[in-house]
Design a protein around this ligand. Structure first.
Ligand code: NAD
Ligand code: UDP
Length: 316
């Protein structure tokens, strides 16, 4: 039985990844400091003998006694609201945290997969975005703390690959949604769904003409698992190319929740990317992967999750 260490394992994506790894018979060591994660995301895994939890800030050095075969480094604030509130922690976990997991990967001879992001492309001047595009990032803007931390993480991982022969994988994740997103993380999917369920106006930033392409979490973790087991060292986009404007997305949520909510236009955040769509040719070719879950199906499951959360909170 192989062992996988997942940093950020109590977060939205990390908790789904832990489940995926367990379902493929890996032992899992989950490390998290709950800065943006939630204990409820992993409480169902805690009783299992093949799941171990370590509460720790991975920007501080740490030691794992047992053998480790795979490391999946997912620890980082990920929502714009979170990383604007936690700019220094975000820079530290992308830099010092990545350095720490590189050191563990080297010591344990483990394969290291690092969660990067479509944000490395910034406000892209090429559309859709292939991995060969170097991006258009403002290093000193408010989003720079996240974008540059992830760009640094990619550079660090490649240096450990080149200098120390560490087996490395880099996944560039595009907007992903699903159950276990934190209700108040401010990202557009939890924000719009809860507003619609509560009959409140949906807060569309700017005129809503900016685009995003949304991937359901089950598709994403399948792509990441295939990348982990593949021999592909180059960065790989994983996401759903189905692109829409944020205004269209708001209208879709209102329709699917059968809500009476209206739209409330708010100022566009600084450096908010105008377009975003993954070019997934490499994932198709090298991983034989593409998303299979239609938006309506993924959103229905996510809406059910947030309805349940609001019932638990006594708001519905
Ligand atoms: P999330 O906030 O739900 O999860 C991040 C987890 O990392 C949380 O549990 C948090 O407590 C933990 N964490 C943060 N800093 C830590 C530290 N110093 N030490 C230990 N744990 C720490 O966010 P998510 O959406 O699940 O994102 C997970 C990863 O995927 C992040 O690295 C993010 O950059 C990347 N990503 C996500 C998306 C997306 O659409 N969800 C898109 C691109 C990249
Ligand atoms: N957005 C919005 N209303 C909200 C939250 C976000 O219109 O309440 C917009 C945001 O400006 C961006 C898009 O939705 O254009 C996606 O935002 P999110 O925070 O989910 O992630 P991003 O893709 O910006 O990292």
């Amino acid at each position: 039985m192989s062992t996988a260490l997942v940093t950020g394992g109590a977060g939205f994506l990390g908790s789904h990844l832990c489940e995926k790894l367990l379902s493929h018979n890996h032992r899992v060591i989950c490390v998290d400091n709950f800065v943006t994660g939630q204990p409820r995301n992993i409480e169902h895994l805690m009783p299992r003998d093949d799941f171990h939890f370590l509460e720790h800030d991975v920007s501080m050095p740490f030691y794992v006694a047992e053998d480790v075969d795979y490391i999946l480094h997912f620890a980082s604030p990920a929502s714009p609201i979170d990383y604007l509130e936690l700019p220094i922690q975000t820079l530290k976990v992308g830099s010092l945290g990545t350095h720490n997991v590189c050191g563990i990967a080297k010591a344990k001879n483990a394969r290291l997969l690092v969660a990067s992001t479509s944000e490395v492309y910034g406000d892209p001047l090429i559309h859709p975005q292939p991995e060969s595009y170097w991006g258009n990032v403002n290093p000193v803007g408010p989003r720079g703390v996240y974008d540059e931390a992830k760009r640094f993480a990619e550079a660090m991982v490649m240096a450990y690959h080149r200098v120390h022969d560490v087996e490395t994988r880099i996944v560039r994740i595009f907007n992903t949604y699903g159950p276990r997103m934190r209700p108040k993380d401010g990202r557009v999917v939890p924000a719009f769904i809860q507003q619609a369920l509560l009959g409140q106006p949906l807060t569309v930033f700017g005129d809503g003409s900016q685009t995003r392409s949304f991937c359901y979490v089950d598709d994403l973790v399948e792509g990441i698992y295939r990348l982990l087991l593949s021999d592909r060292v180059d960065p790989t986009n994983i996401g759903n190319p189905h692109e829409m404007t944020i205004l269209q997305f708001a209208e879709r949520i209102i329709e699917l929740t059968d809500s009476e909510s209206t739209i409330d236009y708010k100022p566009l955040p600084v450096d908010d990317p105008k377009t975003r769509q993954p070019d997934i040719s490499n994932a198709r070719k090298h991983l034989d992967w593409e998303p299979t879950i239609p938006l309506q199906e993924g959103l229905s499951k996510t809406i059910d999750y947030f309805r349940q959360v609001l019932v638990e909170q006594g708001k519905l």
